[in-house]
Design a protein around this ligand. Structure first.
Ligand code: KG4
Ligand code: ZN
Length: 337
């Protein structure tokens, strides 16, 4: 069975074709990052317009590359995300579903992220603990089986990717600057500034990053006033990254101990962070699974494989599902499971 995956929930247009026997046949990705950079954040209307422009050409490219004329099913991200942007993939998925007389499968974006490691040769078995860390989410999820998810902790304010992006912006590194900040941090001293690790002394498994962001803001202002920001930037980046990663790792290890996890999956854009990978590998007494770097950020391949695993949930092309909010805990195992 060949499943076409379409992703347009935010600022990347992703398309991929996944074959349940042969694996990923082709994929294409278009990032809108440059379009939104001038505004310092994603502008929903600009995102939708660009998905409209790019999606169909990317589908053509993927089908040509895989040398097929059509797919057996079409999976699309139905939420959570920007509704106007989601509707672009939802509309095309249903249109193609009618044209090809094939089923469509609405996919939860975060389930796509946490199933992305299944694209690798040595995928994790259930159950596992997932740390989902992106620009919009920071979550610890106990994944007991496909579609059986329990959220153990989440952020009370900013997502960790958002904190990386805001600190990068304060340091003049552009938007979204998470990856650039991480690169700059490599050259800085992580102990130069003692930024807070706010939730670590508190019970529970929730996160909070707004206090850390404010502490960075004050430090940037102080360095700027003294005309020393250029000199201090790498140290501030390294100290921020160290505080953010410490917080993620400590919370994840605490959750792993509570549920006796043998495996951890790290997914979402911040999963590309090398310090996070290094620290988890060093401190967790089990196996940590990651998607390869290109599947950490939004892409069509994770939607295609999630769709393939949920093929029994496929419906006839009819209504477009586009949900701004959609709890991952409300998902159920696929009908055939
Ligand atoms: O999963 P993703 O592509 O999009 C969302 O669904 O949000 O994640 C994007 C986020 C951005 O905040 C970006 O700055 C962050 O992931 N990011 C990183 C790194 N690479 C991307 N954050 C820290 N270190 C990185 N190496
Ligand atoms: Zn995402």
């Amino acid at each position: 069975m060949q499943v076409l995956g379409l992703e347009t929930s935010c600022d990347e247009t992703g398309v991929a074709l996944f074959d349940t026997r042969r694996g990923l046949l082709a994929q294409a990705l278009h990032s809108q990052v440059r379009l939104h950079a001038a505004y310092g954040g994603v502008v929903p209307e600009i995102a939708s317009r660009d998905h409209v422009r790019c999606l169909l050409p990317l589908v053509r490219k993927v089908l040509e590359e895989a040398d097929v004329r059509r797919a057996d099913a079409i999976a699309y991200t139905a939420g959570p995300g920007l509704v106007g942007a989601l509707m672009v993939a939802g509309g095309l998925a249903n249109g193609l579903g009618l044209a090809w007389a094939c089923p469509v499968i609405p996919v939860h974006h975060m389930e796509g992220h946490l199933l992305a490691p299944m694209l690798e040769h040595d995928p994790p078995d259930f159950p596992f603990l997932a740390l989902l860390v992106s620009g919009g989410h920071t979550m610890l999820v106990l994944c007991k089986a496909l579609g059986d998810y329990q959220v153990l902790g989440t952020t009370q304010d900013d997502a960790v990717g958002e904190a990386f992006d805001k600190c990068a912006k304060l340091l003049g590194l552009g938007y979204p600057g998470g990856a650039v900040l991480a690169e700059l941090a490599e050259t800085g001293n992580p102990s130069a500034y003692a930024f807070p690790r706010p939730m670590l002394s508190r019970p529970g498994l929730d996160f909070s990053f707004s206090g850390l962001k404010t502490a960075v803001m004050l430090q940037v202002r102080q360095a700027g006033d003294a005309g020393l920001l250029d000199l201090a930037a790498a140290d501030i980046a390294a100290s921020f990254q160290s505080a953010a990663v410490d917080t993620l790792v400590a919370r994840t290890l605490k959750a792993a101990a509570q549920v006796d996890a043998k495996r951890i999956v790290v997914a979402g854009g911040v999963g590309a962070n090398l310090l996070l990978r290094k620290q988890l590998a060093a401190r967790f007494d089990g196996r940590v699974f990651y998607p390869r770097l290109e599947y950490c950020t939004d892409n069509g391949a994770m939607i295609a494989i999630a769709g393939a695993l949920r093929a029994s949930d496929a419906v006839e092309a009819s209504e477009i599902r586009a949900l701004a909010r959609w709890s991952i805990e409300s998902l159920r195992p696929p009908l055939a499971a």
